[in-house]
Design a protein around this ligand. Sequence first.
Ligand code: SF4
Length: 369
Amino acid sequence: MATLVHRSALDEIRAKVESGERLDFEDGVTLMESDDLLQLGELADAARRLRGGGDEVFFVQNLYLNQTNVCRVKCKFCAFAVTQKQEGAYTYTADELVEDALRQRGLTGFTEIHMVGGESPHVDFGYYVEIVRKLHEAMPDVHLKCFTASEIHHMTKLSGLTHEDVLRELRAAGLGSLPGGGAEVFADRVRRLVAPGKEHPDYWFHTHRTAHGLGIPTHCTMLYGHVETYEERVDHLLRLRAQQDETGGFLAFIPLAFHPENTVFERRGWRHTAGSDDLKMIAVSRLLLDNVPNVKAYWIMMGMPLAAVALHFGANDVQGTVVREEIFHAAGARTETEQKVEELVRFVREAGRIPVQRDTLYNELRRWG
Ligand code: SF4
C-alpha cells in the first residue's frame, strides 16, 4: 500500500514536470524521501531535456589555488584550516601565486583560476586586491573565479567597506566571478551545529545579490550529508531558486558531499554519503532548481564512475580538469586531482554524451563530436 501511495506521489510530480509546473516544498520532500532512485534519475533527466538541455556535457580547464589555509572560523566540517602558529600554515604572496600559476599554465593551458582560502585575520584587504590584480596582469585572458561569499564578508570586516565596494574593487582588479562556497546549509539549526563561527546566511545571499547587481556572475552550492534533514535540504534549494528568480546571476549549482575524514565527525564514527544519496541530491537539485541552467557532478568528490551515472540524473557539467585541489583532499577525497582532458572526454563519451570544453561563462571552446 505504502509503495502505491508513494508511486502515485511521484506520478503527480512527473505530471507537474511535464506540464512545466513549478515543484513546491512538499514535492521536494517527497522526492528526497523516495527510494525509487531510477525513477528519480529518469525524471530529473527528463526535466533537464524539457527545459532545453541536450546531450552536451561541459567541463572547463581550471587551476585551483588556495591563497592561505589560515582561518579564524573553525567550521566543524573543515579539515583544511589551521591557525597561523600551526605546522603547515601558509599564506602565499601575490608573486608566489603568479609564479605558481604561470608554471602550471605552461603545463595545462587552463582558462580559469578557482581560488578560495581561509579567512585569515593576518592579512588586509589590500592583500586580496593585490593577488587578483597581479594574477590578472600576468594572465589577462584567464578568468578569475575567486573568493567565497564568506571571504567577501571577511574582507568587509578587514576593510570597513561595504560588500558592494569590496566587489567593485576586486572587479576593477580583475575578478570575473564568484564560486559558490560558504553556503553550507542555510538553516539556522544546521549552521549553529556545523559552522557556529560563520556569518548568518543572509550575508551569503546579500553578497551574491550584490554581485549579480554589479553584473558579476556567481555559483551556488550546498554542503550536504552531515546533520541536515531532507526538509532543510529542500529549504536550501528553494531559497536559491527564489534568489535566482530575483537576480538570475547563478551560472551553476554544485552539490558538495560532506567528507568526514580529519574532522570532529570522523571521531564520532561518521561515514561518507552513500552513492545513492549523491545521485539523489543531483536529481532533486535539477528538479527543484528549474531556473539554474547547470548542475555539476563534481567528480573530484564523487569519483568518475559515480559522476558518469550522475550525467543521467540531471547533471550536465563535470566541473573541470582541476589542477590541484586541497580542501576536499584534506578531508579525504581520494580522486586524482589532475584530470587530463582526454580522460574527461573519454569518460563523458562512455556515458553516451557529447563532451564540450567551455569557459567559465559557458561559452563553447571545443566540442568532440
Ligand atoms: S570551511 Fe572555510 S571558513 Fe570554515 S574553517 Fe574551513 S577554511 Fe575556514
